[in-house]
Each structure stands twice: as structure tokens, then as C-alpha cells.
Design a protein around this ligand. Sequence first.
Ligand SMILES: Cc1cc2nc3c(=O)[nH]c(=O)nc-3n(C[C@H](O)[C@H](O)[C@H](O)COP(=O)(O)OP(=O)(O)OC[C@H]3O[C@@H](n4cnc5c(N)ncnc54)[C@H](O)[C@@H]3O)c2cc1C
Length: 420
Amino acid sequence: MYDLVVIGGGPAGLAAAYQAYQHGLRNILILERDKELGGILNQCIHNGFGLHRFGEQLTGPEYAGRFIKMLNDTNVQVSLDTMVLDVTPDKKVHCVSKKEGYRIIDAKSVILCMGCRERTRGAIGIPGTRPAGIYTAGTAQRYANIEGYMVGKRVLILGSGDIGLIMARRMTLEGAKVLACVELMPYSSGLTRNIVQCLQDFNIPLYLSHTITDIQGNGRVEKVIVAKVGPDRKPIPGTEMEFDCDTILLSVGLIPENELTRQAGIEMDPHTKGAVVYENMETSIPGVFASGNVVQVHDLVDFVSGESELAGASAAEYVEKGEPESGRVLNLQVGDGVGYTVPQRVRMGNVDKNVTVSFRVRRIYGTSSIVVKSGDTVVARFKRERMTPGEMEHITLPRVLLEKAPQDTLTVQAEEAQKS
Ligand SMILES: Cc1cc2nc3c(=O)[nH]c(=O)nc-3n(C[C@H](O)[C@H](O)[C@H](O)COP(=O)(O)OP(=O)(O)OC[C@H]3O[C@@H](n4cnc5c(N)ncnc54)[C@H](O)[C@@H]3O)c2cc1C
């Protein structure tokens, strides 16, 4: 029996396994379906990773490489090319690989680190014919950066998520003409630094409040029709623009890869589409933890590592001491302008000094506050100069303030500053 089985060997799995080792576990196994560790970072050859963690601008493979190097100095075991098919509530992990066939692995604790996948054309239902030349941005990135193929020459990007923005720059550097990036919402869902460095620096127009209304092409994409949308997000007739292009890249959102989580019967959060987690990243099944993009879609990998280190340390504590003291449980709820919170629950018996809560706002805010309330009582207030849905927010709630909450619910909400 393993002390800990980590499912997924991306940045989340690597950090979680290393931290569990640092906290004393010696019998740890990482199961990864790909042929190498590193997860999505392996195809992210641009820099910008690790500014918070290492104070350096690293590429994705360099960032993953740092953690892989640290793991090489431990006895953490890795099974590559191994697909996990099922996790049961009693922590039996069913997996299959060419080398070892079908295995059922017993674990004292499990950390779910399966990351997320991209939404496709089918998921958002774009009208038009079904020619070749439509890719998710991440697929195009893999072709360009790992397989060595260019997917097209005249490109339109739908969605302004970070992957689409990064690929606008990447395709341009490889000689393609990126005609525009088209975004349904009145704001971009990507990081501001990516809008500047990947679109503005290359004079690629960003059409906010626009969408694709038709895709035309015989065999391959030939033309795309884009129209402005109203506040109801419906196309406005008469605002159509035509783009002659051979390729569409979709950057229209990521879906946490939670089939295993649901199969295990773990309580899910409809806002994050990931597991409901406690303050220590434990799910509703004792001894099963989750971290990284499978819990919430992160913008920066540095935060994935931090969250996963907490999961790794918590798994070690669970194996050594059992379930933590629960005490009073506070339920976090989303209030005005907030999309979700992680964690969703806080067991006061397991809070030493403070709890960090992550979330995203649902629209752009100027000077504003994040307010944490319990009933009508304001428990904490944090000032912000600016908040956007593309950038994850973090607040740290000290235990002393949490103890003052009159009710067992805490509502996190965003408030625009009053203009004087
Ligand atoms: C295109 C792109 C650009 C980005 N750019 C930046 C950037 O510039 N700076 C930055 O800080 N962050 C960036 N990020 C974000 C960062 O890369 C992610 O937040 C991070 O990789 C998430 O880590 P993860 O381990 O949760 O998921 P992943 O990296 O997706 O790893 C999940 C792993 O789990 C494995 N897995 C899944 N299911 C199973 C299963 N059933 N059995 C076995 N293995 C399984 C997968 O194969 C994968 O290796 C970018 C992300 C993308 C996609």
C-alpha cells in the first residue's frame, strides 16, 4: 500500500508529491498518462513562468524542470504512460499502462491533480459548415511547439483567454498573419500582460463584445463572419465583418478534468466545476485531496505550486495523524461580483493562523473592495486598485477575524468604491 498516490504529473502533481515527501512520507507514487512529467507546461515554451516562485522569468519546461530535479533527489516513484480510470472512496486507484497492464493500487491518501482541458467548437455551438482548420489554441500550441507543425497561415482567434493570446504571438512569430482576436465579453479573460505583450506589441486587433456568426469553407476554412453583440450577447444585425482566413483558434475556456472526481462520489462545486475543498485542500472524502487546475482554473502556475504544496503537506499529515480536528465549520459563499471561492469550507479546528481564499471576480472593477461578511457583520475588507476576471484574487483571513464571524457562513463579495 502506498502512503500517497498522486494522479497527474503536471506542476500540481509535482509540487504536491515533493511537499508530501518533505513532510515525511516515503512511499509516494505519481501516475501520469503522458510519456513525461510536466503537464501542460511542456508545450508552453514562452517565458513568464515562476516570477512569484523563483523571482525569474522561466519557460514552462524550465519551471517544470526545477520541480522534476527536486523530485529526482527523493525516492518518489513515477509511472508514466499510465492512465487512471477510477478512484474509489476507499482509495483504490484503478489504472492501466502498456507496461504493467491493469492495476488496482491501494493508497492511504490520494491527491487529484488532473488539470483541465479546453472547450471545443462543439461545447460552444458556433454556427456554420464544418471545414478543417478549426483547432483549440492548446492543440495548435502543441502542434507548433512539440510536433513541429504550423496549423495555418491566416488565423482568426476566438476568445481572449491566455492560451489564445499566447498563440496569437506564437503564430505571428512563426510567420502566420493573425487577423484578429474576437471576444464575446466586453473584457478579456486573459492576463493584462498577455494582452499587451501578445496582441498590442504585434498590432493584432482585439474586438471585444464580438463573436463568430458563421464559418464558411469547402474542405478548409475560407471565410469567417464576425458580428458585434449586444448586452444580451446576441449578434447585432448589420455589424458583420468578413475575415478571409484558413484557420480559427478557439480559446473559449477550460474545463477542469473531473471525471474521476465525480466517479468517486466527491461533492462538486457548480461554480468551479471542481471538487468542494476544505482549508487544507481535502475533498468530501477523507484522505482524498485535490489541487491545481482540477480544482480551479489558475492564471499563474506559481499559485498552482503553492496550492499543491498545501495539498501535499495535508496528505502527509492525514497519513501520520488521521483526519484533522474539525471544530466549527464555516461555509464560504459567493456574493455580488464574485464567481467562486476556493476553499469552499473552513474547519476552524484545523486553522492555525490564517486561511488564504482564492477567487475571480465576474467583471472589471476599478478602485474597489473585497468584503467578507457573516450575516450583516463585516469580518474583513481588502482594498484593490483594479480587479479583472482574467486575474485570480487572493485574500488571507486571519483566524482571529474568522472567530468573530457571528454565523457559520462567510460571503465574499466585490464592492466598487463610491465616487465622490
Ligand atoms: C497554453 C497555456 C499557457 C499558459 N501560460 C502560462 C504562463 O505564461 N505563466 C503561468 O504562470 N502559467 C501559465 N499557464 C498556466 C499553467 O500552465 C497551469 O496553471 C498549470 O499547468 C496547471 O497545472 P496542473 O498540474 O493543475 O495541470 P496540468 O499541467 O494540465 O497537468 C495535469 C496532468 O495530469 C495528467 N492527467 C490527467 N488525467 C489523468 C489520468 N486520468 N491519469 C493520469 N494522468 C492524468 C495530464 O496528462 C497532465 O500531465 C498556461 C497554461 C496554458 C494551458
